[in-house]
Design a protein around this ligand. Structure first.
Ligand code: NDP
Ligand code: MG
Length: 380
């Protein structure tokens, strides 16, 4: 039995991971963690019997401890809970499915404890990839991609000499506002933004998909995961979300991983790698689909992607500022406090005031995040 832990078990990736566990029946869930949704977490504890549950919100953690005292599950609150979960002895793989760079410390803790990481939490790699990738190498742990594009690249590279890839063709749906100009974007609502054409996901990544910030984060994620240079990554808009990404090799061959949009495939692939297992669900029907189309991304209108490329090119602490400003702005956008284009403005102004520091240490990354938050808050 494989033993896993899930950081963010109550979210979109977390619940789909538990579906994969349920379908297969040979994975043991050693630990679960959530932010504050103890109602769902309690149901998960009663179904999967983890040894440990962590809840970021301390008050909710105390409440949950009372509610599940008839089970054998220990509950720990706050960051201490996340770190205890990360280092839990019997756990072999940690699925990082929390949203945001809050995942950095537990991810690093898990690597130090020798756990393989099934990584969905891209914000962590974008801001601390220079710490995480060498740490993983040092401790001999694998970072297995869960993000669909990166899983596709990983699948295309399987059995190949990774030194022979020349480019990664990272596909993007283009989001709900593909084809819009800036004028139209100025008027979009939160409700419009939350309607992703092909995927049902958590709210933050759904907004990021509409701004193309998500694709920008994914470009940086791909650089870290596959040791690619920025210039080796081309973003290709493929509106049907059927090609999950492609790899071009030295000889010109292009390998693509295709399928219906279903996150359970990359989740299951990461959990059982290198084994491929049956996965119930719809299969790709090429005749019903008819055609697959491609476009270049509109980087001028969708500044989320162009600013991410700029942050990646500058490097050092700039991706942290890009990400922290976006997390701040998306939080406010989700509360209805700012408009769609204000997200771009917040990122632009935070990046403009920052002088990037090379190779920031963990405490510097966290301080830069806090400073970006404080500064954006002070302007309101
Ligand atoms: P959700 O918002 O659906 O879930 C987030 C999870 O993180 C929940 O379990 C939530 O707990 C928990 N959480 C939120 N804030 C905190 C906090 N401060 N401390 C601890 N836990 C917290 O997100 P998704 O599942 O959509 O995304 C998770 C990650 O995976 C993101 O980084 C995203 O970019 C990435 N990803 C997601 C995809 C998808 O299809 N959803 C696809 C590819 C990547 P609670 O429920 O209690 O709030
Ligand atoms: Mg993705």
């Amino acid at each position: 039995m494989k033993k896993i832990g899930i950081l963010g078990s109550t979210g979109s990736i977390g619940t789909q991971t538990l579906e994969v566990v349920r379908n297969n029946g040979d994975i043991q869930v050693a630990a679960l963690a959530a932010g504050s949704n103890i109602g769902l977490l309690e149901r998960q504890i009663r179904e999967f019997h983890p040894r440990l549950a962590a809840v970021m919100d301390e008050e909710r953690a105390r409440e949950l401890a009372v509610r599940v005292r008839d089970t054998g599950t220990e509950v720990i609150g706050g960051m201490d809970g996340m770190l205890a979960l990360a280092a839990l002895e019997e756990m072999e793989i940690l699925v990082t499915a929390v949203v945001g760079m809050i995942g950095i410390r537990p991810t690093m803790e898990a690597i130090r404890a020798g756990k393989d990481i099934a990584l969905a939490n891209k914000e962590t790699l974008v801001t601390a990839g220079h710490l995480i990738m060498p740490l993983a190498k040092e401790h001999g742990v694998s970072i297995l991609p869960v993000d669909s594009e990166h899983s596709a690249v990983f699948q295309c590279l399987h059995g190949e000499d990774p030194r022979t890839f020349s480019r990664i063709l990272l596909t993007a749906s283009g989001g709900p506002f593909r084809g819009y100009d800036r004028e139209r974007l100025a008027d979009v609502t939160l409700e419009d933004t939350l309607k992703h054409p092909n995927w049902v996901m958590g709210q933050k990544i759904t907004v990021d998909s509409a701004t193309l910030v998500n694709k920008g984060l994914e470009v940086m994620e791909a650089c870290w995961l596959f040791g690619a240079d920025l210039d080796q990554i081309q973003v290709v808009v493929q509106p049907q979300s059927v090609i999950h990404s492609m790899v071009e090799f030295e000889d010109g061959a292009v390998m693509a991983q295709m399928g219906t949009p279903d996150m359970k495939l990359p989740i299951q692939y990461a959990l059982y790698y290198p084994e491929r297992r049956f996965l119930p669900g719809e299969r790709l029907d090429l005749f019903a689909l008819g055609s697959i189309s491609f476009e270049a991304p509109d980087m001028e209108t969708f500044e989320g992607l162009s600013m991410a490329m700029e942050a990646a090119r500058i490097g050092g602490s700039m991706p942290t500022v890009f990400n922290a400003a976006n997390e701040w702005a998306v939080r406010r956008f989700l509360k209805g406090e700012i408009r769609f284009l204000d997200i771009y403005e917040a990122i632009r102004s935070a990046m403009d005031r920052h002088h990037a520091k090379e190779d920031p240490a963990l405490d510097e990354i966290l301080e830069i995040e806090a400073d970006t938050d404080r500064w954006l808050e002070s302007r309101c």
